[in-house]
Ligand binder design. Structure first.
Ligand SMILES: C[S@@+](CC[C@H](N)C(=O)[O-])C[C@H]1O[C@@H](n2cnc3c(N)ncnc32)[C@H](O)[C@@H]1O
Length: 301
């Protein structure tokens, strides 16, 4: 019996037992189960000078937990909305290769500087290929179809940067960016909510083509509050991505990131309900081959 277990598992002590047949990652059973919980609290370390310029960065400590779950060392990860390069930095630190795309030169330059500062490794040489282009042009890059193992990203939250006035007032006072840019192809600048969702879907259609079958996609996003009503952006995007004809993603789950470190702001007190939204959704999808049969929408050309 003991011999049979030893044939199947490596005993990693405190970390638990690592199956030699683990198809997805290099985590022990104990670590796998821990990550499968549907919510988590993550208190990011303080942002460095370069990173604070960007109005909506996610912490690489958080990203690297997802990457560790959805990939093995040496595999390829893509982030089509790279921002300040958190995904690329996380990948290099844990020996994954990364393709990153960012529209704005100022954030692309920050990403470049940040990946150059990641210390070189002795026995591995992970790559980060960064591109300063519009994510809608992803397929113009010389990338092999069906070759990427995982995508983790966070798109603009529609017009939220411009409208979120209390937070933006504080950033303005500190001379920090309060929106990404004034460019027409910056997805944060679309007037129409539905048009914005369609454009974001067009990016994920292209990610779909690049992804290996059974590869996962994680989108960090939220529902948003605008002109006294909630727009269920996370939910609308999730539904839209499952109805893309032959490029439909299969939705697997959501994990909820509880932001327990954000200060409460007095919103609507003594007047009407306005919530302090202190969570984000991490939506999990997979590229599976079963969608063609289920879908009703025409494929993107
Ligand atoms: C929520 S932020 C991503 C932040 C990133 N996860 C980080 O940690 O820094 C969204 C990013 O999408 C970029 N963006 C907006 N429109 C784009 C487009 N059409 N193509 C590529 N990037 C775009 C913005 O400049 C912004 O940096």
């Amino acid at each position: 019996m003991k011999k049979k277990i030893e044939e199947k598992y490596l005993d990693l002590g405190e970390r638990g037992k690592l199956s030699k047949h683990n198809k997805l990652n290099e985590l022990t059973g104990k670590e796998w189960i821990k990550f499968s919980k549907s919510w988590f609290i993550h208190r990011p370390p303080r942002r460095k000078e370069d990173e604070v310029l960007h109005p909506a960065k996610f912490p690489e400590t958080l990203v690297s937990e997802f990457i560790r779950f959805f990939t093995k060392e040496g595999e390829w990860v893509i982030d089509p909305f790279l921002g300040t390069g958190s995904t690329a930095v996380a990948c290099l630190e844990i020996n994954r290769n990364c393709i990153g795309v960012e529209l704005l030169k100022k954030y692309y330059d920050v990403s470049k500087r940040r990946i150059d500062r990641v210390p070189a490794k002795l026995n591995s040489n992970p790559k980060a290929e960064l591109h300063n282009i519009d994510a809608l042009q992803l397929l113009t890059l010389p990338l092999e179809r069906n070759s990427i193992h995982y995508c983790i990203t966070s798109p603009p939250y529609w017009n939220q940067l411009e409208r979120n006035s209390i937070r933006q007032k504080n950033r303005k006072e500190k001379n920090l960016d309060t929106k990404y840019s004034g460019l027409g192809n910056d997805l944060g600048n679309f007037e129409s909510y539905n048009e914005f969702i369609e454009k974001v879907c067009l990016v994920f259609d292209q990610v779909f083509d690049l992804m290996k079958v059974n590869g996962y996609l994680t989108i960090i996003i939220n529902n948003i509050y605008f002109q006294s009503k909630l727009y269920p952006l996370a939910f609308d995007l999730a539904i839209a991505l499952t109805k893309r004809g032959t490029k439909s993603w299969t939705m697997k789950d959501e994990k909820i990131w509880l932001q327990d470190d954000k200060p409460l702001i007095a919103l609507g007190v003594n007047n009407a309900w306005v919530g302090n939204r202190h969570h984000q959704y991490c939506l999990i999808f997979r590229k599976e081959l079963t969608n063609e049969r289920n879908s009703t929408c025409p494929p993107h050309q």
